[in-house]
Design a protein around this ligand. Structure first.
Ligand code: KG4
Ligand code: ZN
Length: 351
């Protein structure tokens, strides 16, 4: 390959210290994610000061492991990419500044990456095993225009991607992000943090034949927007209706009903937007894309001929590989590390 480039990708936007090496923007050579989950679980959510301090301790070992596992040395890296925002300021600074320092030390170009664009480029990644979500066994590059649904802890965005780096925002949540709703309802139900995987587990434990709770759907017809706060309130009322604490079966029924409502609305509205904009494919990205009900519903709602790109669950949640991929496709705009500026906690997707 003419311009084979190893990109070192770093993400410390929230509570995972993530570093990866990706070749040519697509092939993962290593992906290390040091989770802080157990550190924050007792608080039921991420504590920013705790997160940034932990990133400081973990970032150097994470870089070392990512290089080792990829079988490369810093000399073999052609570009350093790190998340510039959005995210927690103190957390972002750790990965961003280390990335700049590494690039500076080796005279490498540096690509500041938008975390949301990173999630989009997770659809381009090819895991080291060669394992693919596609049935062809090949790893086709997503064709453009592509409709992208980003559903994470902080964002729910429906985006039309016309070309690399060119986005049109169709809509998004008017209140809670989808992942935020999972986390809040998880907490209501007394399930461990983070709520997303806990709710998926509880819903799956509902015995066959048992009824899921009926929860509302906010359709916001005629728009590509979403709303999850009413659903969250409805779940709250259900938890209170029983008076005494919920038993296990009731928790499972509410979890299943909640998950069903989120998956239904996300799938139905995304499929409608795909039809309206005659896209050549759909990508489902972000932590909530790891949810099997959301994945299955969306596949079922789309016409069979339309490719759906869904990364394996480990690449849906935050990782360094997606940052490396996005950095690779923006390598034309890479800067000298000394010119990288500062982190941008409130950065939006460039539209
Ligand atoms: O993309 P991500 O790792 O971090 C952000 O950029 O926010 O997303 C984290 C979110 C959390 O809200 C978490 O509860 C949710 O993704 N999540 C899930 C699942 N796995 C993670 N939600 C539903 N089902 C899952 N299996
Ligand atoms: Zn994320």
């Amino acid at each position: 390959m003419v311009d084979m480039v190893n990109v070192l990708g770093i993400d410390t936007s929230c509570d995972d210290t993530a570093v990866a090496v990706v070749a040519d923007g697509r092939r993962i050579r290593s992906s290390v994610v040091l989770s802080q989950q157990s550190l924050h679980a007792a608080h039921g959510g991420v504590v920013p000061e705790v997160a940034s301090r932990r990133h400081l301790e973990a970032i150097r070992p994470a870089v070392g492991r990512a290089l080792d596992e990829a079988g490369v040395r810093l000399e073999d890296i052609g570009l350093v990419a790190a998340t510039v925002g959005p995210g927690l300021a103190g957390s972002l600074m750790v990965g961003y500044n280390l990335g700049r320092a590494l690039a500076l030390g080796r005279g490498l170009p540096f690509a500041p990456v938008n975390h949301l664009e990173g999630h989009i480029y997770s659809a381009w990644l090819i895991p080291p095993s060669g394992e693919r979500t596609s049935h062809t066994g090949e790893a086709p590059e997503p064709a453009l225009p592509l409709l992208v649904l980003i559903v994470s802890g902080g964002h729910t965005e429906l985006v039309l991607m016309g070309a690399h780096g060119v986005y049109q925002r169709l809509g998004g949540t008017l209140d809670d992000a989808a992942g935020e709703a999972f986390d809040k309802v998880g907490r209501l139900l007394g399930l461990p943090y983070p709520g997303g995987p806990s709710i998926q587990r509880a819903a799956a434990a509902l015995p066959p034949g048992a009824q899921a709770a009926t929860l509302p759907r906010a359709w916001l017809r005629g728009t590509d927007n979403f709303s999850f706060s009413g659903l969250k309130t409805a779940a709250l009322h259900l938890t209170r209706a029983t008076g005494a604490g919920l038993d296990e079966r009731e928790v499972e029924a509410i979890a299943a009903g909640f998950q069903d409502s989120v998956a239904d609305v996300l799938a139905t509205k995304t499929a409608a937007a795909a039809a309206k904009h005659s896209v050549r494919g759909v990508a489902l990205c972000g932590g909530v894309a790891a949810n099997s009900a959301v994945r299955e519903r969306l596949r079922a709602a789309l016409p069979q001929r339309l490719p759906l790109h869904v990364p394996p669950p480990a690449l849906c949640t935050d990782n360094g590989a997606m940052i490396a991929a996005a950095g690779y496709y923006r390598r034309g705009e890479a800067v000298a590390p000394s010119a990288g500026g500062s982190v941008r906690p409130n950065l939006a997707l460039p539209v």
